[in-house]
Design a protein around this ligand. Sequence first.
Ligand code: NI
Length: 167
Amino acid sequence: MALLPILRYPDPRLRKVAAKVARVDEGIRKLINDMAETMYMAPGVGLAATQVDVHKRVIVIDVSDTRDALNVLINPAIVESSGIADCEEGCLSLPGIYERVRRAQRVKVRALDRDGGERTVDAEGLLAVCIQHEMDHLEGRVFVEYLSRLKQSRIVAKLKKQDRKAG
Ligand code: NI
């Protein structure tokens, strides 16, 4: 396994739309292992392939306290959604930035698993929010883009300041 570098907002590569995975093969399984390791090390609760500059429809998520409930979603599609969740979100591509975003409270998602089998996930609360956040990445969308232009430019300025401090 290997740790993968995570793109930082507003890197233009975060805007790329990911392509469907045609076949779940060893290459995809290696990507999943590397993404999971990168997410756990960060640490974070979710990571989309887009964030590691791989533009394929692959997501890893673990919202458990025990960090042992990895969800792998390949080619995810929301087939049902309901309710409203208004959660504070963060993102490994925007370290230190937390903002409230409105999402569906509950989603039903169809996806492939790491063996290429079809699965349906009924998610609510934090898991549902996380799935929607990561699926946005696959469309080239980052959560702060739901905020006002003014807020977005303040966030970009804050991240640039962080970068300068880090040298
Ligand atoms: Ni994110």
